[in-house]
Design a protein around this ligand. Structure first.
Ligand SMILES: [Ca+2]
Length: 711
């Protein structure tokens, strides 16, 4: 079925159906009304080589509904210009005073533009010094400390790796799991920048600047310390401390923690970097998603890039760059820390053609069947205990059995492309591993693999592009108009798999990204390397948290989290070291009394022992406290709040304590304002509902059935 779709012109019906819960998605709207069929002119991808013949904004067909439409001009950037000028051109704003002041105060160089100015910034001073300094061999200083590699999959779900029960083929990440330990009670935050902020600072989001995502700062949070929207300067970063401890520090991939010169990776402790600063982007080029923000920003070694290298494809280029950084410094014998923050498999699903057809037709069976198959394998593997119940299918997702075969194939093809994207990610992880084996470093490398939050069930494009008819929306429809399923994966195509497949990725949990059900914050974690003394391939059920990486990796490097840094107090570290667990001396870094808590977009959660108290906005939550035993009920099917008011009171007190300790300011506006109205109503589960008596099929008695009399 999906094979036929390859060459079939796009039919509007399935997308119209899809648009029912993506009401503001311009692609859906454009396709429905046949306004802009593939008008971007950005052409198909040429496999792994990327494409260099893409057209600029002046080259596109400037007609929209027969009227001229001018795409905004992108700035021409020159490497020779002062950074202030680059910044002004890219953002239309003046460079933040603080960053210029700080740069100047550290290394006052007057009338020096461009590179000179950038070199005067703290992170880049370090980089330049490291590049220029004579090589000092430290191998004789004792046993060599291990290298550290963090592989982050953006929006990769709990059950998307083979080692966690997926049908998606991830042999390289599975091999890391066979060499190490899988953790099945690992928590991140519910979205990208909050998780990344805790990963890199070890500090709670409401203290480190990501009290809310910068994109969603509420009016009552503006100007409040801890709600800057990027990683604030009160925290000290993991790469900074590892660099101080003698590690090389490399980053490739997505940053999402600030774009100004004092916030970029080079200013936050990374010696070498090749970075997408935005929260997401095309995998093929530097096009972004709205007229207001048309161009994705990249840095390389602390410089804002004027263009991307030839043959750019995100996952491949990030891997190539990292390998080159590792090789460039090998001779000095210092260990390295590599933060590999892949874009994949975040939407839009951009993928070389040869990776798109590895699961043709496999997903036509639908999401319920897939979730059941994944849960079965999770139980067989020991990831989930026997008897685990699947969370309910979201009430607005239809039973796929009810869909016409064409619709099922159309939606199945989305999941085929997603599966290919995860497999392509795994392939490039394998390239890195092979390289480390080839140069003899693999056995001395700690690998840490996980997804940064729950799988994405919404369509971010609709949010970014805004209301139909707006300038952003029209721009988006012009530049992201490859709606033909045959072009999914190409530049200019936008593909997100929707809530039904996000639930598959999060099997067996409830809900997905941006929410605080387990499906939003619980993810798969693999740790391997010389530190791990547990049986190879084993599974651990300790309660782990992404902020634990700070104390864990500092312990690996032989250092510890400071109370002050460069004369300034730093906020307390949230996490607990995993070293005792990895060495087999403990089963969990936490006791049953230890507390974890989350807040994002007004959604709240507290976990202590096996109990989880949750307050979520409508319509996914009740706008009231719900209580779950997540050990016995990981799908959060049974709200025990009415049965255990004593436990609710006890845990609400823990929540109140968290609010006081951690600077929580609940937002007075959230992304959920319009959601309740845009989704179909939940049908009550009660006798006599729905109140339409003729709805149910009458089944006649078997002994009264007959074939028609034809003659
Ligand atoms: Ca993410």
């Amino acid at each position: 079925m999906a094979n036929e779709l390859e060459n079939t012109p796009f039919k509007t019906a399935p997308l119209h159906w899809n648009a029912a819960w993506y009401p503001s998605c311009p692609l859906a709207a454009a396709a429905d009304f046949d306004l802009v069929p593939n008008r971007s002119g950005r052409g198909p991808a040429a496999g792994e080589t990327g494409q260099d013949d893409r057209l600029g904004p002046g080259d596109i067909n400037n007609e929209f509904e027969g009227k001229p439409w001018a795409a905004p001009e992108l700035p021409e950037l020159s490497e020779k210009e002062p950074v202030e000028e680059l910044w002004r051109k890219l953002t239309g704003e003046k460079i933040p005073e603080a960053s210029v002041g700080r740069a100047s105060s550290r290394a006052p160089v007057k009338k020096r533009g461009g590179l000179g100015r950038l070199l005067s910034m703290p992170g880049i001073v370090g980089m330049a010094a490291a590049l220029a300094a004579p090589v000092i061999a430290s191998a004789a200083d004792g046993p060599r400390r291990p290298n550290i590699v963090i592989i982050l999959g953006d929006d990769m779900g709990f059950s998307d790796m083979g080692a966690f029960g997926s049908e998606i083929k991830t042999p390289n990440m599975d091999a890391v799991a066979r060499d190490g330990v899988r953790f099945v009670n690992f928590y991140t935050h519910a979205s990208s920048s909050p998780t990344r902020s805790m990963l890199l600072s070890g500090v709670d989001t409401h203290l480190n600047g990501l009290g809310n995502m910068g994109e969603w700062t509420a009016p009552n949070q503006m100007g409040v310390d801890g709600y800057e929207g990027d990683l604030n300067d009160r925290v000290v970063t993991l790469p900074q401390l590892l660099k101080d401890a003698g590690y090389h520090t490399y980053m490739v991939g997505k940053w999402h923690l600030g774009k100004s010169p004092d916030k970029i990776p080079a200013a936050r402790g990374f010696e070498r970097d090749f970075t997408l600063l935005d929260g997401m982007g095309s995998y093929w080029d530097d096009w972004n998603f709205s007229a207001a923000n048309p161009k994705s920003l990249y840095t390389e070694d602390g410089r804002y890039l004027t263009r991307l290298p030839k043959g750019f494809y995100a996952t491949k280029t990030y891997t190539d760059k990292l390998i080159s950084y590792i090789d460039a410094n090998r001779a000095d014998g210092k260990p390295f820390f590599a933060y590999v923050a892949h874009q994949a498999p975040h939407e839009p699903y951009h993928l070389p053609r040869e990776w798109r057809n590895r699961h043709v037709g496999e997903y036509d069976k639908g999401w319920d069947a897939l979730r059941q198959e994944r849960l079965k394998r999770e139980i067989e593997l020991g990831i989930m205990p026997a008897g685990t119940q699947l969370a309910e299918r979201m009430w607005f997702v239809p039973d796929s059995v009810l869909l016409a075969p064409g619709s099922r194939a159309f939606l199945g093809k989305k999941m085929e492309i997603y599966a290919g994207l995860v497999e392509n990610l795994d392939y490039h992880v394998g390239r890195l591993i092979d390289h480390l084996k080839k140069i003899g470093e693999y056995d001395n490398t700690v690998f840490i693999v996980f997804g940064d939050n729950g799988a994405e069930g919404g369509d971010l494009f609709g949010l970014i592009a805004g209301a139909a008819g707006s300038r952003d929306n029209l721009w988006a429809a012009m530049h992201w108009s490859q709606t033909d399923p045959g072009a999914w994966g190409d530049p200019g195509s936008w593909l997100a798999y929707g809530p039904m497949w996000a639930q598959v990725s999060m099997t067996p949990f409830s809900q997905y990204k941006a929410w605080l059900a387990e499906g939003g914050i619980r993810n798969a974690l693999i740790v391997s390397g010389p530190l791990v003394k547990r049986p190879k391939g084993s599974i651990n059920r300790g309660t782990m948290h992404v902020a634990d990486l700070m104390p864990t990796l500092l312990e690996v490097a032989g250092t510890s989290y400071p109370k002050t840094y460069k004369g300034k107090d730093v906020p307390p570290a949230l996490g607990k070291s995993w070293v005792p667990v990895l060495e087999g001396r403990a089963e969990s870094p936490r006791t049953d009394q230890d507390v974890l808590a989350w807040e994002l977009f007004g959604n709240r959660a507290v976990r202590q022992g096996n109990w989880k108290l949750r307050w979520e906005n409508k319509p996914f939550g009740k706008a009231d406290w719900e209580l779950f035993d997540v050990a016995a009920d990981p799908g959060e099917l049974q709200d025990l709040a009415a049965q255990r008011p004593d436990k609710v009171r006890e845990m609400v007190a823990l929540w109140d304590d968290y609010v006081r300790r951690s600077n929580v300011v609940l937002p007075n506006r959230t992304p959920y304002e319009a959601l309740e109205k845009s989704l179909p109503q939940r049908v009550p589960v009660q006798p006599g509902y729905p109140p339409v008596n003729l709805k149910k099929q009458f089944v006649p008695p078997k002994d009264m059935l007959a074939e028609p009399k034809e003659h």
